[in-house]
Design a protein around this ligand. Structure first.
Ligand code: IPT
Length: 952
């Protein structure tokens, strides 16, 4: 005999649900009443879906010992259970639509009174903006229905059930459901009512669904507005003198909406019972001449993939955080966002309309885990799941269709291919012919209007740009975007400059979206930020969840600073010596009237004069020349350069006056290299050799001090704490450098001393640096010479054996007993690496040793400064010939390499300083291609020099 106390079969039902109203347009701020049900709810967690019956939904239920949770919120971030992270693997056996018996289930209860003046007439709906992953709802003991589709809205008609006082709203939420098979995005699994719950009054004659069609004819400058509305009414736009019936098309001369010029017109849709504010942006999206065009012009996406994330509240974001995201994007020159991989909170789209970002709105759909079984049983190719897929498409399109910022609908991510996707594409095209459809997984391009790929190499992207990539005919005729590239995990990505050059060179390449916006680290008392595995998950993907351009607290990482520079919308070309600069307007729509042009002139990194020039006004895509002023007269001798900056001329909605948008530096006079005449002779005495300001151990040749500064002797160093991009993803088929380096033993090089010699010229130490068990090695000679107060080291490196792998770095490491402030003349203010150095600007910089560190959530190589002429720290001045990279930290590379979290890094006694002649590139191999060949640090003979002297 079998029996069940509670029927939970709906959990594993592939249908989208029961009881909800058809989806409709979302709007904010109508004059109809509403009541927020956010706040503290009573909460009971069960281990399984059927542990408790539904008696809690009945009126009068006593929730005496229940806990409380915050709504919106995820219960696993509020002390009940724990988050789990997997990338594409389902954290449960794959047997669709079945889910485990162990199915954390949260019962939520909220008792509310209607406000005294809540209108008696009319109806009401109860709206859930997001619940993960499946919910069943009761109001005052009556079941309303159940639904899936975590990041999509669901509304229920509840007017007949409401009463003035003591309404009981009961919501049962299951972590796992059939819907989970459709939500296998690479992110934390976070159950809960994570977006708002609202009661909306629906007055008699209220607005129903409506569709604002606002197009722009770039040939006539005319906008056409037609608002199709389920309930007839009038549409007014006072600024345009529009007063029209719904369904009627009216035209007016308008300023178009673009992401660069987000012109919105305020209007109202009024039916008999409700007035809804409209924010209208006139624009026309078309696929024309094989290009994505808006208002007749091709656009170039400088984009980013954005997951919703907050380190304390997960995917429950407040509007201030969303605004911060949009402001940060605008301030970093981004113009586009792909809402990977689900429709965002609707307020985010309001902000994109208002501040100006192109949006690829993506449906809440990913079935990536089926790749493990060659996509067998993939729901998107199984007709039983079709209603669920179409429901998801409709809920996205209907909710978001009135946003001018949304120009492309995306079917979802990494879901293979199948008839279900085709059905979604067909439905969307029929419902909204005014936008394009995107889907990356479809190489035939049947279900997409854009050929889209992720992580394609530069070479392949170039072939696609040239149209030499072949492929099916439909695909050959489509524009190309990289919906994901530049994997920003840990230190990186490298190679953005070269991608951008391709996008700008080939018309077919319409840009891309860096992966991704923010690290999904969870604030944690023991770890700083937690990542996969930190909650004891049996299956997880570690710190692959921390791959953003922002750290979890939204501090921009060096990757974002680099991206900002790479995609800057104004380019300066020219030569500082000849005095003429070409200003290139790389906007697609805007002129440069919002920008001022500032110049300054530096001698040895110090500004000696500055001023303002008139910004020329080339049209979008065009350029104009500007004459630089005469170089300042009487400036002292030294290395000279111009710095030009395009800054906001006035405050804007997204940044204040003076905010820097673009810059360049143009060299005039070259660098004067350090010269030292080796006048000092080595003087042996009492086990030491003195040479100029320095003392060496006579037996080992090790440097002991320079003047009064004690030094842990410099020696060759080729190791760096591998970055996530060095280590590479385990599915990569190309060589992964990090693991190869470790196999070879580059992290445990031995230093053999072959000779310590001195003569009239100075002191030489001959060594061979090599890993145990291998025949490869680096013959290394340190040659020391000095004058009265300066000490010169020349390092010569000759590789021996068959070096089939690049070096992580090539330079020396030395130790100082103490160092706090650091000042240098070179690249800054932030870190740079060979293939991520566009944002590094030459100048005089100051920092502390602590502030030189970049806090990657999983510790790894970081903090190098590029093009350094000299650095002063710990009482020493170090000059380089040629320019060098320097890194200083309170722990060794080995310590850094062993750390799993930032909290594992504890300062040691001294400061370790790396002076590098060269660094290996970063690349993007934690998900994409490795460094370009030109950034691979080959082992070959090298010689480099440093001059040390007491600072000050
Ligand atoms: C790609 C996914 O689309 C994205 O969600 C994320 O997982 C990203 O990779 C890596 O961080 S899929 C990858 C197998 C190319």
């Amino acid at each position: 005999m079998t029996f069940r106390t509670t029927d939970v079969s709906y959990v594993e039902d592939v249908s989208p649900g029961r009881g909800a109203l058809p989806p409709r347009a979302r709007y904010a701020g109508s004059d109809a009443r509403s009541l927020s049900l956010n706040g503290s709810w009573r909460f009971r967690l069960s281990a399984t879906a059927d542990a408790e019956d539904d008696s809690f939904a009945a009126e009068g239920y006593d929730a005496g010992d229940w806990a409380e949770v915050r709504v919106p919120g995820h219960w696993v971030l509020q002390g009940h259970g724990a988050p789990r992270y997997t990338n594409h693997l389902y954290p449960f056996p794959v047997d669709p639509p079945h889910v485990p018996t162990e199915n954390p289930t949260g019962d939520h209860l909220r008792v509310f009174d209607l406000p005294g003046d809540w209108p008696a007439a009319g109806d009401a709906t109860l709206r859930f903006d997001g619940v993960e992953s499946c919910a069943r709802v009761w109001l005052n003991g009556t079941e309303l229905g159940e639904f899936k589709g975590s990041r999509l809205p669901h509304e229920f008609a509840v007017g007949r059930l409401l009463r003035p006082g003591g309404n009981v709203l009961a919501v049962r939420v299951h972590q796992w459901s059939a819907g989970s098979y459709l939500e296998d995005q690479d992110q934390w699994w976070l159950p809960g009512i994570f977006r708002e719950v609202t009661l909306l009054h629906r007055p008699p004659g209220a607005v129903g669904d409506f569709f604002v069609h606002a197009s722009y004819d770039h040939l006539t400058g005319e906008g056409t507005l037609r608002v199709d509305s389920e309930v007839a009414g009038r549409v007014t736009v006072p600024e345009l003198g529009i007063d029209a019936a719904t369904g009627e098309a009216v035209t007016a001369a308008v300023e178009p909406w673009t992401a660069e010029t987000p012109r919105l017109y305020d209007g109202v849709l009024a039916t008999g019972g409700e007035r809804v504010p409209l924010r209208i942006g006139f624009r026309t999206v078309a696929l024309e001449d094989g290009l994505i065009k808006v208002n007749g012009r091709a656009v170039l996406f400088r984009g980013v993939n954005r997951h919703e994330w907050h380190p304390d509240t997960g995917r429950a974001l407040d509007v201030a955080t969303m605004r911060e995201d949009v402001l940060l994007m605008k301030r970093h020159n981004l113009n586009a966002v792909r809402t990977s991989h689900y429709p965002p909170h609707p307020a985010f789209l309001d902000l994109c309309d208002e501040l100006g970002l192109w949006v690829v709105d993506e449906c809440d759909l990913e079935t990536h885990g089926f790749t493990e079984q060659d996509w067998r049983d993939n729901p998107v190719d199984d007709d039983r799941w079709r209603p669920a897929l179409l429901d998801r498409a409709a809920r996205m399109v209907e909710r978001d269709k009135n946003h001018p910022s949304v120009i492309v609908w995306s079917l979802g991510n990494e879901a293979g291919t199948g008839r279900g996707l085709t059905a979604m594409a067909e439905w969307i095209r029929a419902r909204d012919p005014g936008r394009l459809v995107h889907y990356e997984g479809d190489r035939e391009c049947r279900d997409t209007d854009v050929y889209s790929r992720m992580y394609a190499s530069h070479d392949e992207v170039e072939r696609i740009g040239q149209g030499l990539d072949g492929g099916p005919r439909r695909r050959r005729e489509l524009p190309f975007v990289l919906c994901e590239y530049g994997h920003a995990m840990g230190n990186g990505p490298g190679g953005l400059t070269e991608y951008q050059a391709l996008f700008e060179r080939y018309e077919r390449l319409q840009g891309g979206f860096v992966w991704e916006w923010i690290d999904h680290g969870i604030r944690h008392p023991g770890f700083g930020y937690a990542y996969g595995g930190d909650f004891g998950e049996e299956l997880h993907d570690g710190n692959f969840v921390c791959d953003g351009l922002l750290f979890p607290d939204r501090t921009p990482s060096p990757g974002l600073v680099e991206y900002k520079k790479v995609i800057e919308p104004v380019r300066f070309e020219g030569d500082g010596a000849d005095g003429t600069v070409r200003v290139v307007n790389r906007y697609d729509f805007a002129d440069l009237s919002a920008l001022a042009l500032e110049w300054s002139y530096q001698v040895d990194g110090e500004t000696v004069q500055d001023g303002v020039l008139t910004m020329p006004q080339p049209a979008p895509g065009a350029s104009a020349d500007v004459k630089l002023p005469e170089p300042p007269a009487g400036a002292r001798e030294g290395e000279t350069r111009w710095t030009l900056r395009a800054v906001l001329a006035e405050d804007t909605a997204w940044a204040p006056k003076g905010h820097e948008v673009a810059w360049t530096q143009l060299p005039v006079g070259g660098r004067v290299k350090p010269v030292l005449t080796a006048s000092a002779r080595p003087v042996p005495a009492e086990g030491l050799v003195r040479l100029g300001p320095a003392a060496f151990d006579a037996r080992t040749g090790a440097l002991l001090r320079i003047g009064a500064v004690e030094v842990d002797a410099p020696r060759l160093d080729v190791w760096r704490a591998t970055t996530d991009n060095d280590d590479g993803a385990d599915w990569q088929t190309d060589l992964r450098h990090g693991p190869l380096w470790r196999t070879l033993g580059l992290h445990r090089m031995q230093h053999r001393r072959d000779a310590v010699e001195w003569d009239a010229e100075g002191l030489s130490v001959r060594t061979r640096v090599a890993p145990a068990a291998r025949e490869i090695g680096l013959r290394t000679v340190y040659r020391w010479s000095a004058d009265g107060d300066r000490l010169r080291l020349t390092v010569s490196v000759t590789p021996e054996g068959d070096w089939t792998v690049p070096l992580p770095r090539l330079g020396i490491r030395l130790g100082l007993t103490r160092a706090d402030t650091v000042s240098w003349f070179g690249g800054g203010p932030g870190e740079a690496y060979p293939d991520s150095r566009a944002a590094s600007r030459l100048g005089r910089w100051r920092s502390t040793v602590d502030a030189l560190q970049t806090p990657y959530v999983r510790p790894q190589e970081n903090g190098a400064r590029a093009d350094v002429r000299w650095v002063e720290l710990g009482g020493l001045r170090i000059e380089g010939d040629p320019e060098f990279w320097f890194t200083a930290r309170r722990w060794t590379s080995e310590h850094l390499d062993a750390a799993r979290h930032l909290t594992d890094l504890t300062p040691g006694e001294g400061v370790w300083v790396n002076l590098d002649h060269a660094q290996h590139g970063l690349g993007s191999q934690s998900c994409g291609p490795g460094p370009l060949p030109r950034y691979v640090l080959r082992a070959r003979p090298a010689e480099f020099t440093f001059v040390f002297s007491p600072a000050g």
